[in-house]
Design a protein around this ligand. Structure first.
Ligand code: HPA
Length: 248
């Protein structure tokens, strides 16, 4: 089954016909909210709002372990994460959708593994390619069918937040090879890999990163919501096509 983790612009999925909600208890505490079960185009899907249904949980306080554990406990096999980002690469302007293929993790002080000393022997997951390539390819096929542009590939820098970055930090991320910056990509992707879930991200560019373009003198929050609202309609479109593809 496919699960969708919605980010700050996607606290609910308007094209989801909700059948029921389920509170899942986990060994890691509370997920961001009850799981929402429903259908898109007749295909069963689970939705979870990463920041809570009232958008009350900041990126550094999301219980990523509980969220991924809860989805895994419901026989989820594929996870599409939707996440807003700031664009660092010059073509990644607000309103662009991109499926990253790499991650650089700058987060800290987040619980970032299920494999602790007391419940497992030492385990190292392979994370060379952090996203599921088959799921990424299905996203591109779905976007093509939906007639929506979806940029292929790019490196996602995961920052700790909740503050935005300085202009110098963005310059450093660019030198490191990052193309976009967000606050929720990690440890979510790594935990999904640890649980054996296929995971891919649709990143929604909602602002130029700090110091770039119209964010030269500061990131303008007033534009973010409008861009996000408009662009999430495209994401819903793509998801409607995704569920109809073999493998979900
Ligand atoms: N930086 C970090 N996270 C973000 C940004 C940004 O500019 N925009 C949306 N999420």
């Amino acid at each position: 089954m496919l699960a969708i983790i919605g980010g700050s612009g996607l606290a609910q999925l308007s094209n989801l016909e909700v059948t029921h909600r389920q509170v899942v208890r986990t060994p890691y505490g509370e997920p961001s909210g009850a799981l929402t079960f429903g259908n898109i185009q007749g295909h069963e899907v689970i939705f979870l709002a990463r920041h809570g249904y009232g958008l009350t949980i900041p990126p550094h306080e999301v219980n990523y372990c509980a969220n991924i554990w809860a989805l895994h406990s419901q026989q989820v096999s594929n996870v599409v994460a939707v996440a807003t980002v700031g664009g660092i690469r010059s073509d990644l302007t607000p309103g662009t959708l991109i499926v990253p293929d790499q991650i650089i993790d700058y987060t800290h002080d987040r619980k970032s593994t299920f494999f602790t000393a007391n419940n497992h022997s030492v385990t190292h997951i392979d994370f060379t390619h952090p996203y599921s390539e088959p799921l990424r390819q299905r996203l591109f096929r779905a976007a093509e069918r939906a007639g929506e542009a979806l940029v292929a590939g790019g490196t996602y820098a995961a920052t700790q937040g909740p503050r935005l970055e300085t202009a110098a930090e963005i310059n450093r991320l660019e030198r490191d090879g990052a193309h976009m910056v967000g606050m929720t990509g990690m440890p979510e992707a790594a935990l999904a890999r640890e649980m054996g879930l296929s995971y891919a991200t649709i990143a929604v560019v909602v602002n130029p990163a700090a110091g770039r373009g119209s964010s030269g003198q500061g990131v303008k929050f007033e534009n973010i919501q409008a861009v996000s609202h408009k662009t999430m309609a495209k994401v819903r479109h793509i998801l409607e096509e995704l569920v109809t593809l073999d493998g979900g």
